[in-house]
Ligand binder design. Structure first.
Ligand code: SF4
Length: 73
């Protein structure tokens, strides 16, 4: 079983590092696009595909997250 990464949204400063290191797993925004086009503020990173990349790569994103808010669930 692979481990599942998660992001603490309170710690995320939306620097996009994780999405650059591991775009298969992380992306900016919560994927909710039903509220119109108001994507103006406060976009946090989210895990949209927890098993999209090898653990080592996810761990690299964790190690490089400046606020260390990515963790194993
Ligand atoms: S690397 Fe950390 S702080 Fe930066 S966007 Fe990802 S979860 Fe947020």
């Amino acid at each position: 079983m692979s481990r599942i990464p998660a992001i603490d949204p309170d710690g995320c400063i939306a620097c996009e590092v994780c999405t650059q290191i591991c775009p298969e797993v992380f992306r900016m925004g919560d994927g909710e696009e039903e509220h119109g086009h108001d994507h103006s503020h406060d976009e946090k990173a989210t895990v949209y595909n927890p098993t999209g990349a090898p653990e080592e790569k996810i761990e690299e994103a964790m190690d490089n997250c400046p606020s260390a808010c990515i963790y194993w669930e």
